[in-house]
Write a protein that binds this ligand. Structure first.
Ligand code: 4NP
Length: 151
């Protein structure tokens, strides 16, 4: 799960998909990263932590890290939150870029629309709730689609 800062959206996406996968008995390893290195080593944004806790998921132990090109090799799927993340992941991946592994997360719900998970960083708490709902719906689709595969 990749966004810009690995502080707001992708930590939620990591926590939500890991929780749903484990609850479904799947041995998936879910991780997240940011294309930028602004907050390396920091925990998720306090509002991402709050909204996820309200929904029963603890993401407080996550630590921000930057996406690296080898992630393209190590993971079966790379989900990005918006088109700008997509271009950044492509640039960082260089010769390891694999288009077939990479997609916008919301394309799982709305194929081909390239809809963004909006960045809540500059806004208020309600933006984090909106983002939580969107990511949660996409993760439900991922579990339904790939849940027979133990990645
Ligand atoms: P995220 O949000 O990509 O969802 O983690 C952001 C977090 C930090 C910044 C921008 C977006 N920033 O500019 O520091």
């Amino acid at each position: 799960m990749v966004c810009l800062g690995n502080i707001c959206r992708s930590p939620l996406a990591e926590g939500i998909l890991q929780y749903k996968a484990s609850a479904a008995g799947l041995l998936w390893k879910v991780d997240s990263a940011g294309t930028a290195g602004y907050h390396i080593g920091k925990p998720p944004h306090e509002l991402s932590q709050k909204v996820s806790k309200i929904n029963g998921i603890d993401i407080s132990s996550q630590q921000c890290r930057q996406f690296k090109k080898e992630d393209m090799l190590h993971y079966d799927k790379i989900y990005v939150m918006d088109s700008s993340n997509y271009l950044d992941v492509k640039r960082i991946s260089g010769d390891l870029w694999n288009e077939s592994k990479t997609d916008l997360l919301m394309n799982e719900c709305y194929p081909g629309r390239n809809m963004a998970v909006p960045d809540p960083w500059y806004g208020a708490e309600d933006g984090y709730h909106t983002v939580y709902k969107m990511i949660s719906e996409a993760c439900d689709v991922i579990i339904a689609r790939y849940g027979s595969i133990n990645m």
